[in-house]
Ligand binder design. Structure first.
Ligand code: NAP
Ligand code: MG
Length: 482
């Protein structure tokens, strides 16, 4: 049982203003595994004040970028020092299988921080150029101010790093609001922040529910909001930011398509990648390739291979080394996914493997890894983000139809093309209206390249040097001649 009684604000552990607590429940055992304070608006006020002080009076925004980079690297090292502890904590909180969580939940986060520690010193913070009248103009990238990071439960530390890396690189203090399902790893992150000895108030962490989260978004001391989560909440937060003219990045849901071309050679390794591109983290990934598009010519061959591969995946305790599919984060998520299984069947789709709750797992919020066939792109299972271990195979006639099906979605986050001709795959990818497309790879993003959505998958980009821009404002300084 991990019990924390204080909140990390202004570089120290402080008592919460209220007395309510959040119970953290294991997705596998359904037992309470931790308890933390449920932060209130008064705690948020205090966290924002600390971050404001760090911005308005602290050294952080004015440090040399190389010094900020050193601080980010210290934070990465402090997280690495507790990597297995964090990975196992997240596995218990949200069901992420141990064999995936050490890389997917923890080292992915430290690699993002290391990436920004690497980018910050050489980033073009200042561009001295010649103005229209021949006189000098200095174009700066000034820090946007104090940032708020609203974090979902599926990859909590990684998404916190997606916010902290570029914010800290740009000179912006941040207030992080972890989700109530996954506050414990946020506490381990706070321990790492403290050990990294960043100036007080540069990183503040307030785990809380919806009302307190919205108070943070609306807080006049917050200049920029970076939100990752559902499209429904993203629309709401975007509307608030619009009203207040706060800068805003929205990283939302997806319904990504894996386009299998006719020349793709199915072998075990390649098939394993295709399966994991849809089922990593139990399908609880915004970029999950949950629609698999295959031509009618190769349909049956691929379905047989998928059924065998997915049917063989070990489902069970996420802390066991050989588990590939763990439980979902919460009972409501298990029920939601069951609702989609029913909706698939009533629309005429057929589960060739899975389709229910695993019989051998009575406790824990498990859903069998499932492959639906006879799916058409108008069915709810093909249109809505399921956020569970459910793949839908959709048949196409030719490549043009495959691209059209991939693009016939409200979302536009990720996608993939599976082919033996990488350049042809890249040409197909260029016709897909999503922020990232991978060729023959389960990767849904690359740390050195921008990540984010077209359409209802969001606004703005994270990662790569491009990920710094949303934490900056251009400032033009018109200099005198000579
Ligand atoms: P969510 O409701 O969008 O919540 C994400 C984060 O936003 C949580 O920290 C949440 O806290 C907070 N939040 C919710 N309403 C808020 C508001 N009005 N103001 C400020 N903060 C607010 O996502 P979820 O409940 O975790 O999952 C629901 C669905 O979202 C999933 O089924 C999945 O489809 C999608 N999802 C997508 C991603 C992604 O990476 N794209 C990640 C996670 C989930 P509370 O939980 O306390 O409301
Ligand atoms: Mg929630």
């Amino acid at each position: 049982m991990q019990v924390r009684e204080q909140i990390y604000i202004g570089g120290e552990w402080v008592d919460p203003a209220g007395s309510d607590t959040i119970d953290v429940v294991s997705a596998h055992s359904e037992e309470v595994i931790g308890r933390v304070p449920d932060a209130t608006p008064a705690d948020v006020d205090r966290a924002v004040a600390a971050a404001r002080h760090a911005f308005d009076h602290g050294p952080w925004p004015h440090l040399d970028p190389a010094e900020r980079a050193a601080g980010i690297a210290r934070l990465s090292a402090a997280i690495q020092a507790r990597a297995q502890d964090i990975a196992d904590t997240i596995s218990q909180e949200n069901g992420s299988p141990k064999q995936w969580s050490i890389m997917g939940q923890v080292f992915s986060a430290t690699m993002v921080l290391d990436t920004y520690a690497g980018i910050a010193p050489g980033y073009q913070w200042v561009d001295d150029r010649t103005g229209a009248l021949g006189t000098p103009v200095r174009v700066r990238r000034a820090p946007v101010g104090v940032a708020a990071g609203i974090i979902p439960w599926n990859v909590p530390l990684f998404i916190a790093a997606l916010k902290m890396g570029p914010a800290l690189a740009a000179g912006c203090p941040i207030v992080l609001k972890p989700a109530p399902e996954t506050p414990l790893d946020g506490y381990l992150l706070a321990d790492a922040v403290h050990e990294a000895d960043l100036p007080p108030g540069v990183v503040n962490i307030v785990a809380a529910g919806r009302e307190t989260g919205e108070h943070l978004v609306r807080h006049p001391g917050i200049d920029k909001v970076s939100f990752t989560g559902s499209t429904a909440v993203g629309r709401h937060i975007g509307a608030i930011c619009g009203e207040h003219l706060k800068r805003c990045t929205l990283e939302l849901g997806g319904k990504s398509a894996a386009i299998v071309l006719d020349d793709w050679q199915i072998d075990d390794a390649a098939l394993g990648n295709l399966v994991m591109s849809g089922l990593m983290n139990n399908g609880q990934v915004c970029g999950a390739q949950s629609r698999i598009l295959v031509s009618r010519r190769r349909h049956d061959e691929l379905v047989d291979a998928l059924a065998a591969a997915v049917g063989a995946l070990k489902t069970g305790d996420p802390l066991e080394d050989d588990t590939v599919i763990g439980p979902l984060v919460a009972r409501r998520q298990q029920e939601r996914v069951q609702g989609f299984l029913d909706a698939g069947r009533s629309a005429g789709a057929r589960a060739v493997v899975g389709g229910g709750i695993p019989e051998h797992l009575e406790t824990g919020w498990y859903v069998e890894p499932t492959v639906f066939v006879d799916v058409t792109n108008d069915m709810p299972i093909a249109r809505e983000e399921i956020f569970g271990p459910v793949l839908s195979v959709i048949a196409y006639d030719d490549e043009a139809e495959a691209v059209a099906i991939a693009n016939d979605s409200d979302y536009g986050l990720c996608g993939s093309v599976w082919t033996s001709d990488a350049e042809h795959g890249a040409a197909v990818a260029a016709r897909v209206r999503t922020g990232v497309v991978a060729i023959n790879s389960a990767m849904i993003l690359d740390f050195n390249a921008p990540f984010g959505g077209f359409k209802a998958s969001g606004i703005g980009r994270e990662l790569g040097p491009e990920g710094i821009a949303p934490y900056t404002e251009y400032q033009s300084i018109i200099l005198p001649a000579g």
